[in-house]
Design a protein around this ligand. Sequence first.
Ligand SMILES: Cc1ncc(COP(=O)(O)O)c(C=O)c1O
Length: 470
Amino acid sequence: MYESKPMKNKYRDLIEQTFDFPQAEFQLADNQLHFHHIDLNALVKKYGTPFKFSYLPVIGEKIDLCRQWFQNAFEEHNYKGKYHYSYCTKSSHFDFVLKECLKKQVNIETSSAFDIDIIIYLFNQGLLNDDIYVLCNGYKTKEYILKIAELIDLGFHRIIPIIDSFDEFEILDEMIDTPLEIGIRIASEEDPKFEFYTSRLGIGYKDIVPFFKKRLKGHPKFKVSMLHFFVNTGIRDNAYYWNELRKFINVYTDLIKADAPICHLDIGGGFPIKNSLAFEFDYQYMITEIVAQIKQEAESVGAEHPNIFTEFGSFTVAESGGTIYSVVNQKKQNDKEQWNMIDSSFMTTLPDTWAINKRFVMLPINRWGDKYERVFLGGMTCDSDDYYNSEQHINAIYLPEFKMNDPLYIGFFNTGAYQESISGYGGIKHCLIPSPKHIIIDKDENGAFTDYVYREEQTSQDMLQVLGYR
Ligand SMILES: Cc1ncc(COP(=O)(O)O)c(C=O)c1O
């Protein structure tokens, strides 16, 4: 006789059978999803959907984690240089993000003139001091260089503009009168799958040593102290990355041999973030290996171990953010395709899903004990590209079955980097679908969660103002 086993057809079964679950940041309580033990369903009930949230403690935890990995690597290899965590502001410029970062005394990487205004603001508020490193990347317009000069006048003495082209150096030379450290950005070769061969950002490998000898060696004002590189695909354990890193280190040793005073290596941003429940990445291994390679090559040319800088943007802030929607309806377009329609737009709230087919962790907030079904997810704009499905997701999308009278809420997680600046937070929006409200979640001194509305949902008046209907 068979003993009949219970059917494993609940959403919860699906996830538990497919992934290691629960995970550090995702737990279930009563068939509802908690994120870092935050009861998301309670937030949905309190604030309604759609909303974005930022959970601040994650930011400091990431910075601590990364510093610990570098410390471990330095100890393992008896590395004598220093590690400098720098936050890349372009991944999220919000005041609450910068303030969290500054609690950890990070350095800052900027990309444009307005970024420097953020630094001046924070300085005037007493939230940062003038001995942080300010790494100025990005295209140096005259306005940007004037702002750099303003920072120098305010007493900032660790500003390192990172030269992106020969012309940029000449303009800097004309406009800045004081002694200054500068960096050079190496233009990496793009990933072979990419449509360009060499990055448009930075100076080609072969041109750097001749440029140093011709224009920088013995320069009366500028000391080249930093070499910088950033690989578009990010830091990954693949042949492409290791190959680019090797070329970068070779330029460094060639510069040392040419008597360049380089004492800082900036390995850029691009540390990956968790984009699915199956995500695996050995951060410690990558850092240890990078440190080992830098040490070996520095010693081979008799140089002191250089200081290592990183400019992690996504890694710092992405996993602090999430976006919650309701499924408001289901449209069955044929036997195979049923569309769960959300109460907002993917294109405008998570533009990377549309622009670069980016994946995020997507999970229902409630009804994990219900049967599941395969669906597509559609946004509210009338644009046929406003969707999220298996092209962007790791697999087909499964969610608890749609029921008209039993609301289903879904969350996209680790969305805290770039989505706001790329979508133009608070500006006009495709089909005038408003920016959702934005909730900040934090912990108080007793470890209890606190939450408040940082920004209300955009109003019609807001948008009409931008459009000139005043
Ligand atoms: C020069 C530079 N540094 C750092 C970053 C941050 O990259 P990520 O957010 O992947 O860490 C970027 C991103 O474009 C960059 O261009």
